[in-house]
Write a protein that binds this ligand. Sequence first.
Ligand SMILES: NC(=O)C1=CN([C@@H]2O[C@H](COP(=O)(O)OP(=O)(O)OC[C@H]3O[C@@H](n4cnc5c(N)ncnc54)[C@H](OP(=O)(O)O)[C@@H]3O)[C@@H](O)[C@H]2O)C=CC1
Ligand SMILES: O=C1OC[C@@H](O)[C@H](O)[C@H]1O
Length: 406
Amino acid sequence: MGSMISFGRRNYKTLLPVVVPRSTSPPPIRFGILGAANIAPIALIVPAKSHPEVVIQAVAARDKARAETFAKKHGIAKAYGGEDGYQELLDDPDVDAVYNPLPNGLHFEWTIKALNAGKHVLLEKPSANTAEETRQIFDLAEQKGLVILEAFHYRFHPAIQRAKAILDSSELGAIKSVSTALAVPNIAFKENDIRFDYSLGGGVLMDMGCYTINCMRYLSSGNPTAVIAATSTLQAPRSPALLKAAENVDRRTTAAFALPGDATGEITCDLGMPPRLGFIPVWPEVGATVECTGGKLEVLNFVGPSIYHSITVTKPKPDGKGTEKRVEKAYTFPADGSATGGRVLGEDWWSTYRFQLEAFVDRLRGRTPQTWVDREDSIANMEWIERVYEKTGLGSRPRSTYVYDS
Ligand SMILES: NC(=O)C1=CN([C@@H]2O[C@H](COP(=O)(O)OP(=O)(O)OC[C@H]3O[C@@H](n4cnc5c(N)ncnc54)[C@H](OP(=O)(O)O)[C@@H]3O)[C@@H](O)[C@H]2O)C=CC1
Ligand SMILES: O=C1OC[C@@H](O)[C@H](O)[C@H]1O
């Protein structure tokens, strides 16, 4: 009963946070959003309400009326729209940082344009269509002295960091295998979703697979040494009009990896699991399992842990007779400040996105963020996405045709 109440309280506060007063000195960082994307409220607009140093200043949409409606709904001062709307937002001197939640295939072009306009960028995952594009994005950001972050929000939450700390301690011994999964039922996305359009960088490996690869790499503290096998099931839209867009688009992909130290890795991602027996709805699957020489660690809901999660450790009993289980939750960082450089950081209702925003702002302000997803991490993640696509035979998503003067 108690945990039901805290579940309700936590999630209520996440969705409807108390709006805190904005800082005056220094003035808040003013964000502009490229596209009236579905994810923008959850990933930035709501988290910003409880951050005193952030203001959502502008939104741009291809359709001006859509931008205006979105701006009105979310209390955003400026709305840009039409053919030049995105660029006008980038050229706005009242915008300091840009959130880029465009379709994957447009991440490269609009992040390069944002950096060239002198804006810091919070960039949605996956960072681009290819590792080479990701490298160019980070090169330009470094050259310009701007902050760029691939929005792997779950990495900023205490839950995944606690799981990693258990693995890094001597408690469970060496890692033997890591498997990660992210799969949703076929009612989650419509057939015409950007995720099913190859020309926009679609495919489950890009969308959900980027998390499963990232989490596998994070928990195993390194990069795979090889893709052993990979298989995809293609998206098969019922509407003939969508067949062309869905060409080369994987709906489900599984892959097996060799990991350092003779360990193995496995990922599963699915954007449209069919109902069992054709009519029984299936539950989403969001988990990570790590088998170690001295036990097992399981993380339930590593992607959205602020909603609910569990970290389960199973290991042999000290007397060797059977196993014992321990279940942990980590909605906050340890009170002793051991994970946060001595400072008190966050609330139990902070979402992954709120923790991420804190880190992004810290970096912009010259403070040390609690954690970070750095250049090499983002590049390697794209590299392994491409290697899996190579193994499935589907090939990387199309390289951007955008050419800029570097
Ligand atoms: N961090 C997270 O938890 C999540 C991240 N994401 C990532 O965010 C990005 C957007 O996802 P999501 O919000 O679900 O997608 P949406 O389809 O809701 O948003 C994409 C936006 O892109 C704009 N756009 C520009 N050009 C095109 C085009 N040719 N076709 C379609 N849209 C276009 C649209 O903006 P306009 O308003 O101008 O029409 C639209 O609002 C993806 O990269 C995805 O991987 C998504 C969900 C969760
Ligand atoms: O968090 C997420 O879950 C659903 C996905 O389709 C989305 O793109 C991803 O970021």
